[in-house]
Design a binder for this molecule. Structure first.
Ligand code: SAM
Length: 213
């Protein structure tokens, strides 16, 4: 993923903090799109991803202050990674990842993330199972013990003229999956009934552990 595709508000939320002294964990780092941006200012960045292929791609670009490991963030005690000051995540989140991030952070440590919002590509007729509404995310964060500092949604309506353009907006690889689970056919019906845009909607957030302690 080119740098330009990492959510800009997420980067801003991360760089509001004194990251130059921080070791930052990037959960679900993929090939390191966010990790390498963060590594430009942070003391060090540790990236983890469940995909060996993604981690191998990240390792090809590794720098002195980055390291990458194949790990399942849902089933790993993140404290095994050593001292972490902040956890970040771009498009990789679940209730379990929020919970494990909480336990992996020190007191007052921050979790900063961007994930699909419940309206993301809703024209496909079904929400992404990785998406959250603002209320759902607030509930997961607060139930875990985090204090929510920021939650915001960024939505845009992307126009398209035909199914090829729609597939390009969805992402060609995802469009193939959508063909097999019926969502592409829902988009086809949406186009036939006069639909002219697709909604891209991203939820960004920042939360702190034991803020009041
Ligand atoms: C949409 S990609 C985002 C990758 C990267 N953060 C980026 O912005 O380019 C989601 C990533 O999460 C990873 N992932 C999914 N479940 C995971 C888990 N349980 N633990 C670690 N990584 C996971 C996937 O392998 C994939 O690389």
């Amino acid at each position: 993923m080119p740098h330009g595709q990492v959510n800009k508000t997420l980067v801003k939320l991360i760089f509001e903090e004194p990251v130059d002294g921080y070791t930052i964990l990037d959960v679900g780092c993929g090939s390191g799109a966010l990790s390498f941006i963060v590594a430009e200012k942070a003391k060090s960045v540790v990236g983890i991803d469940i995909s060996e292929k993604a981690i191998n791609a990240a390792k090809l670009r590794a720098q002195d202050n980055t390291s990458f490991h194949v790990l399942d963030a849902e089933n790993t005690d993140l404290t095994v990674l050593g001292e972490i000051d902040m956890i970040v995540s771009h498009l990789c989140i679940s209730d379990k990842i929020v919970e494990n991030s909480y336990h992996g952070l020190p007191k007052k440590g921050r979790f900063v993330f961007a994930c699909f919002h419940s309206d993301h590509l809703i024209e496909g007729g079904r929400r992404s199972r990785f998406s959250y509404s603002v209320g759902e995310m607030r509930c997961v964060l607060e139930k875990t013990g985090f204090t929510v500092e920021y939650l915001g949604v960024e939505s845009e309506k992307i126009p398209f003229k035909n199914m090829d353009e729609a597939a390009a907006v969805i992402g060609l690889r995802r469009a193939e999956k959508w063909r097999s689970d019926g969502r592409l056919q829902n988009i086809q019906r949406y186009v036939e009934s006069g639909g002219k845009h697709l909604t891209k909607s991203i939820l960004r957030g920042k939360a702190q552990k034991n803020r009041k302690a």
